[in-house]
Design a protein around this ligand. Structure first.
Ligand code: ADP
Ligand code: MG
Length: 699
């Protein structure tokens, strides 16, 4: 007989006919391997009990052989509810009882005078009599032994017991199951084989020690092995892109006669040590033979912009053009102004290209880019539109890159001939997670704030304290401060029932009246870009000291003397987002800066705890870790923002420490040319599209 094939349809298994197979297919279970990968959700340990009395009140499942004395069926008063009660006697003559609810048929299996083996939990029933609740009934068959059994989820309406029998049939095919991981990787990582792993998870070994079993069941090498496979599939696509890039030829950016110190003289201030280190890493990458793809991470206000600008200068001085893409018009114009201020001196020709640049002005920018007269273009996603072409794009920079989709990043990159790529983010994301999501990028981190920053003092206040918050705001403004109030929404439309927290337009009239003497303006995404820019300019210049805003100010808005950030309905925001918003104040190092999180009472349980966590953490990475801890990865701001399927990553985070090893392994496999075969085998096994993305553009 040929050995059964794990990749055959489930119908090839004994006991699974076409009807069953069709139902299983509805739940995504088509091949035998799908059953093999259907893992138990938990394990049940059953221990023998010598007498009924001995086990009352103890935890866990017990198996005991008893004689049935009497069986009574009862209807309960609530309609349709029934009860079967059996009087029992154990081997030592001890009395007890078993009770089943809504299982009238069990009475037929309980012949008075017969012996049965019951498995269930035992509690103290009426009159102190030991009572088994809904026990399973089995034949008396040899001595009662301790056992552990896997418990499966019910699938496609099949009860757990039926699912178990189907999985057991599938296990017969295990000897024919190929292992997607090459031996070299398994040996190197000390990982067990796949068949061995599945066998162990479906038929766990039991040595009679329940505590020891529980201790190991969750964290064994078996689980680790499966996590490794999944993570390898995830990081594999990145490793492939990385390998493909390493075979490309990059624009060689070796600026004549200027090391990083030559670049640094154009910065308006001395760089921090961390900035200098990041710049050195980037400049080295730009000089390499293959295109660089680098993620520059740094907390809000850590000064990523100047590093990017000097990197741009290195490319420009080597004769290339640079595109600098920012997520909002506000940010793009601000960058254009501030970069212009110091790159002018280096002879750089800079232009701005956003949605509001149109007509003759736009034509002039486009021809300057196509002809090569423009060295540096700063813009929004308008940069990736059709019709925008470069004479020799050497470096693409994406600021606040989590605000862009993969496609936009790739589109920008594709405007050149395998240019270098620098993406920046202040959304702190734990390193392990960054490696999974962006395994093909090199990483530079700015882990130091410019001198003179004072930490922003953060407080959480509830709705009831709003008046006190406003009084505080009055005092701050009177003493020369500048403040933002950020709202989760613009108006009352959208969700209709006002469930989205407080709206800017609803609160604005009263605030405008109350704070009129300080100058009040509003910015939000539904106003014309000029009005927004005008409001920000007024805020920067000081004729407006209170700015009402939505999260359009979340990224990049740089008003160094802003001192207070009030966030309404703060529970509506993710922690990462709140941290970003907080980073808008206290950038000047003058007055003490404050962030006040006003909790609107929405967001349910745990939201106050999250806000308090933010109040107690200053560092963005710490905030990210806390967020992860408190909300679980499914909701983790960073993950959602980074556009990753949270669920899968969520469970994998438990194995975060494995990630660097997985990434290293996938890069090694890419290097030895084995990666494609491994990814294909993993995809076959998991029935998915593991690493199927064949693009070479960096993510
Ligand atoms: P982010 O990393 O959040 O993008 P920015 O690049 O906007 O930060 O910098 C934040 C502020 O810090 C800006 O006002 C910038 O001019 C200032 N800054 C950056 N680097 C330094 C430095 N080395 N010394 C002093 N100020 C700096
Ligand atoms: Mg920035």
């Amino acid at each position: 007989m040929p050995s059964p094939d794990p990749y055959a349809p489930v119908e090839s298994l004994k006991g699974i006919g076409p009807a069953t197979a069709a139902r299983l297919a509805g739940a995504g279970i088509v091949r035998v391997t799908d059953l093999l990968l259907l893992l138990p959700t938990r394990y049940e340990c059953v221990r023998p009990a010598a007498s009924l009395a001995a086990v009352t009140g103890r935890e866990g499942l017990r198996a005991i052989d008893v004689t049935v004395r009497k069986v009574v069926r009862r209807w309960l008063r609530r309609r349709g509810r029934s009860m079967v009660v059996a009087e029992l006697e154990d081997a030592g003559g001890g009395a007890g009882r078993a009770v089943w609810f809504n299982q009238r048929w069990v009475a037929d299996r309980l012949e008075p005078g017969s012996r049965v083996r019951l498995t269930g939990t035992v509690r103290e029933g009426k009159g102190g009599v030991p009572e088994l609740l809904n026990p399973r009934i089995g034949p008396v068959d040899g001595p009662v032994e301790a056992a552990v059994r896997p418990v499966y989820p019910s699938v496609a309406g099949f009860p757990a017991g039926r699912v178990r029998r189907m999985v057991e049939a599938a296990l017969e095919t295990l000897p024919g199951l190929p292992d997607p991981l090459p031996d070299s990787v398994r040996r190197g990582e000390g990982l067990p084989g796949l068949a061995e792993t599945l066998e162990a998870l479906h038929r766990p070994l039991w040595e009679g020690d329940e505590a020891a079993f529980r201790l190991t069941a969750g964290t064994t090498s078996w689980q680790r092995r499966l996590a490794f496979d999944t993570m390898l599939a995830m990081t594999g696509a990145a490793a492939r892109r990385r390998a493909a890039r390493s075979r490309m030829t990059a624009p060689a950016c070796v600026p004549a006669g200027t090391g990083t110190s030559g670049l640094e003289q154009f910065a308006p201030f001395p760089l921090t040590g961390a900035q200098r280190r990041a710049l050195e890493e980037i400049v080295a990458g730009l000089a390499g033979p293959a295109p660089m793809a680098r993620l520059l991470q740094g907390d809000v206000g850590s000064g990523k912009t100047v590093v990017a600008a000097l990197a741009a200068l290195a490319a420009i001085r080597s004769g290339f053009q640079v595109a600098f893409m920012a997520p909002t018009e506000i940010l793009a114009s601000q960058h254009a102004v501030s970069l212009g201020r110091y790159l002018d001196a280096a002879g750089v020709t800079l232009r701005l290209l956003t949605g509001s640049v149109s007509g003759r002005e736009r034509d002039a920018v486009l021809s300057g880019l196509a002809g090569g007269a423009v060295d540096l273009v700063v813009g929004t996603h308008a940069l990736v539109q059709e019709g925008v072409g470069f004479a020799r794009l050497g470096l693409a920079i994406v600021d606040e890159q989590h605000r862009f989709g993969v496609l936009q990043r790739r589109a920008l990159w594709s405007k050149g001939d395998s240019p270098h790529l620098l993406v920046m983010t202040a959304t702190p994301i734990p390193r392990s997670l960054a490696l999974t999501l962006y395994g093909d990028l090199d990483l530079s981190v700015i882990d130091e704030l410019p001198p003179g920053r004072r930490p922003v003092r953060t407080f959480v206040r509830d709705d009831a304290a709003r008046e006190r918050v406003l009084t505080f705001l009055e005092r701050e403004l009177a003493e020369g401060g500048k403040a933002f109030i950020v709202f989760p929404r613009i108006g009352d439309d959208g969700d209709g029932n006002g469930a989205g927290g407080m709206a800017l337009e609803a609160a604005a009239p009263a605030l405008r009246r109350r704070f009129a003497r300080f100058g009040v303006a509003a910015v939000h995404g539904r106003m014309p870009a000029e009005d927004r820019a005008a409001a920000l300019d007024a805020f920067r210049a000081g004729s407006v000291r209170l700015l009402l805003a939505t999260t359009v100010v979340e990224v990049g808005v740089d008003v160094p003397d802003a001192t207070v950030m009030v966030i309404e309905s703060a529970e509506r925001f993710g922690l990462g987002q709140l941290h970003q918003l907080r980073g808008r104040v206290g950038r000047g190092g003058g007055r003490r800066a404050w962030c006040i999180l006003v909790a609107g009472g929405g967001g349910g349980r745990g939201s106050l705890e999250r806000l308090e966590a933010l109040a107690s953490c200053r560092d963005g990475f710490e905030v990210a870790e806390r967020d992860l801890e408190l909300r679980g990865a499914g909701d983790f701001d960073g993950v959602r923002q980074w556009g990753a399927g949270a669920g899968r990553h969520g469970s994998l985070l438990r194995y975060g420490s494995l990630l660097p090893r997985v990434v290293a392994a996938s890069r090694r496999l890419a290097g030895s040319g084995e990666l494609e075969a491994v990814l294909a085998a993993l995809a076959r096994l998991h029935g998915g599209e593991c690493g199927s993305d064949s693009g070479t553009a960096p993510d």
